[in-house]
Design a binder for this molecule. Structure first.
Ligand code: GAL
Length: 688
């Protein structure tokens, strides 16, 4: 029998609007009340089932310190409840009201060079500020008490995009909090000196009181200090979130909580944060001017799904059409908003929401598109929104279904922070670019991929891809080694396994903890000059380009699969393969050109016996599967502009074009989507 706490946990993990939730940020405080009735009427017309309200309402509900005015938000909540629209209610703490920074200027954040960030935008608070947290939790207490039993309340949206504008703060308050955090981490100053290698450059500390955040310094600040400051800053933001969550749990234990990630955001470790959320949500703004935007978005969606072990997640924000914050803000051409919304669902989302419901008349985001544009309902955007709302409502059975992956790509925030520190062999290594270069060939081949931290259980995967894991803990290296020993296949790329948790080089020659599994060592790093390319000769005699990085690889028991074919390292290994235990471990010592990377990944996948959901997929077509109580669904998405035909293993019909006869060929126009309901199981090549 379930214990009461488990029941509560289960209830919190459900998105309660039936089917795929649809809606957006609702900011009624920007409008006179006469508009509100029209809002809910049009929401119904557009198929809106969930809105997220109140994100920037602090100044409105608490116009003066301690004076709360919820009368207007009561009416908003009542209107929405009356219309059957559920509310993901924000805790309203994302943008402190002007009175708070006038009363307490010490809450304002400071940059590394000591400049204060003033009010006038948003998110102008120091994450370590106890004063900010005190006022924020006081407001949350009032809100939670007020709306605990309101029929519209479905979930809580804590803060908003933590770390979007103020991921770090270097003020005196942060300095004091950093010292406390360090003292908890290290216990005594000797341990900190050791971790930070302070014997170098006469940096030895005598007490925690001497330690500062890495403020503007004459040259490279201590790398250990910088790395710990990244950890600390992530933690300070998380503490803000947790302080609010604690109030909500106390007052509304059965109401699920979430906070929206900004894509995959360096300052916020999504894997740590996800564990503190009932439902994970993310904001993704695909760029219509970027031909590959869906691949980068696909990566974010896979991180979001994997962050909570595959549970359905929410696309909390996307633009109905253009944004206002890039240099050139292109609208989404017809069909793209639908396609990219379906992409989120195909990759595991159970909610498609937008920023925002009604386009603002004033303020910094008046040129940002909205579900209901300045032009009203007779607009392409509103028509497309309404059409999508109708379409999503027609397939409620998809909600709750999950996908399984045979491939995992490893991403680690600690390593990301360390990799991109200064004073390295090259400053050109960008964690996201490297990760995407490894994700793309999987995405393009129609392979579902989880993105996991290195301490996740890997036993369910056939192939693990490690684009770069510069910082590695011994136990994680052992986990990767055991994975291969037991029959898994591993692909690791350059500059991995180099340092420990304190950014100190692992003794024993690079990459010491991975030497055994990779069957090699690396003697020297050899980054090419900017824009320099090198040739790589593959086993079949073909030659491809590479850039960004190279290194002197000395095989021990690994075999060489490709060699450098130009430049200083001519003839030396560029790619190796090591038969180890029951599996194999591949190493890539450079950034291969995309075509060569695709060939290599195909070969490694073949060895691992990992095949696509649908074989023979046309270029630009994405294919995924979700499976649950409502059935098994194959999603086909054409990211190209031209019509294509996809061959299926048996006749099937598209749920989105009800009434058409089953066929074993599906025609997808440019930006087209099909959702096939099928008992058919996916094609895999052989068993591990
Ligand atoms: C997000 C933010 C929203 C809105 C949106 C515009 O970063 O959470 O409040 O500003 O961007 O694209």
């Amino acid at each position: 029998m379930q214990q009461p706490d488990e029941v509560a946990t289960d209830a919190r993990q459900r998105l309660r609007p039936a089917g795929i939730a649809f809606g957006g940020d609702y900011n009624p405080e920007q409008w006179p009340e006469e508009v509100w009735a029209e809002d809910v009427a049009l929401m119904k017309e557009a198929g809106v089932s969930l809105v997220t309200a109140g994100i920037f309402s602090w100044a409105k509900v608490e116009p003066r310190p301690g004076e709360f005015d919820f009368a207007w938000s009561d009416r908003v909540m009542d209107n929405l409840a009356g219309a059957g629209v559920a509310v993901c209610l924000a805790t309203m703490t994302a943008s402190p009201p002007p009175w708070l920074s006038r009363l307490h200027p010490e809450i304002l954040p400071e940059t590394a060079d000591g400049r204060r960030m003033w009010p006038g935008g948003r998110q102008h608070y120091c994450p370590s500020s106890g004063v900010y947290r005190r006022y924020a939790t006081r407001l949350v207490e009032q809100l939670a008490t007020r709306y605990a039993d309101h029929p519209a309340l479905e979930m809580w949206h804590i803060g908003n995009e933590y770390g979007c504008h103020t991921p770090m703060c270097w003020c005196d308050g942060s300095a004091a909090d950093f010292r406390r955090w360090l003292s908890d981490r290290y216990g005594d100053i000797g341990a900190l000196n050791d971790a930070w290698s302070t014997a170098f450059w006469s940096q030895g500390y005598d007490s925690f009181d001497e330690v500062l955040p890495p403020r503007l310094a004459p040259t490279f600040p201590n790398p250990g200090q910088q790395l710990d400051f990244a950890r600390f800053s992530d933690d300070a933001l998380l503490q803000c979130y947790l302080a609010e969550k604690e109030v909500l749990r106390r007052i509304t234990p059965d109401v699920p909580v979430t906070t929206n990630f900004i894509g995959v955001h360096k300052p916020v470790d999504a894997f740590r944060w996800a564990a503190e959320q009932d439902v994970v949500s993310v904001d993704v703004y695909q760029d219509p001017h970027d031909h590959d935007t869906h691949i980068a978005a696909g990566f974010i969606f896979d991180v979001t799904r994997s962050a909570r072990g595959g549970r359905p997640w929410m696309l909390m924000e996307q633009a109905p059409s253009a944004v206002n914050w890039r240099d050139r803000n292109g609208p989404k051409p017809p069909g793209r908003m639908r396609l990219w919304s379906w992409q989120a669902i195909a990759q595991g989302a159970d909610a498609v929401l937008y920023f925002q419901w009604r386009q603002s008349r004033g303020g910094a985001e008046k040129y940002h598109s909205a579900m209901l544009p300045h032009g009203g309902t007779e607009t392409r955007t509103f028509r497309e929104v309404r059409e999508l709302g109708r379409e999503l409502a027609s397939v409620p059975q998809i909600a709750g279904a999950r996908s399984t992956a045979e491939v995992a790509l490893v991403l680690d925030w600690n390593s990301w922070w360390a990799l991109e520190l200064d004073s390295h062999p090259s400053t050109a290594l960008d964690q996201m670019n490297i990760a995407l270069a490894h994700y793309r060939p999987l995405f393009e081949a129609g392979i579902t991929c989880d993105v996991v931290p290195p301490d996740r259980d890997l036993s369910g995967y056939r192939l693990v891809v490690v684009p770069n894991l510069y910082l590695i803990r011994e136990r994680d290296a052992e986990r990767l080694t055991d994975f291969v020993r037991g029959g898994g296949h591993l692909l690791v790329s350059f500059f991995s396994g180099v340092v420990d948790e304190c950014d100190r080089v692992h003794p024993g020659g690079y990459p010491a903890p991975l030497r055994e599994v990779l069957g090699l060592h690396v003697e020297e790093f050899w980054p090419p000059a900017e824009r320099e390319t090198v040739n790589v000769r593959h086993r079949d005699g073909t030659v491809s380009g590479a850039d960004l990085w190279s290194e002197v690889v000395v095989p021990e028991s690994a075999e060489t699969v490709a060699v450098f074919d130009s430049g200083a390292l001519t003839g030396q290994p560029a790619v190796t393969r090591h038969a180890f235990g029951e599996g194999s471990a591949w190493y890539v010592a450079t950034r291969l050109a995309p075509r060569a990377m695709r060939n290599l990944m195909d070969e490694v996948r073949d060895t691992a016996g990992v095949g696509p959901v649908v074989t023979g997929l046309p270029e630009q077509v994405q294919a995924t599967v979700r499976e649950g109580d409502g059935g098994r669904f194959v999603f086909l998405l054409n990211h190209g502009r031209e019509q294509v035909e996809v061959g299926l293993p048996e006749p099937m019909s598209d749920l989105l074009t009800q009434g058409t006869a089953p066929s074993d060929r599906i025609r997808l126009p440019g930006a087209g989507v099909a959702v096939l309901s099928t008992p058919w199981t996916r094609h895999t090549k052989g068993q591990r």
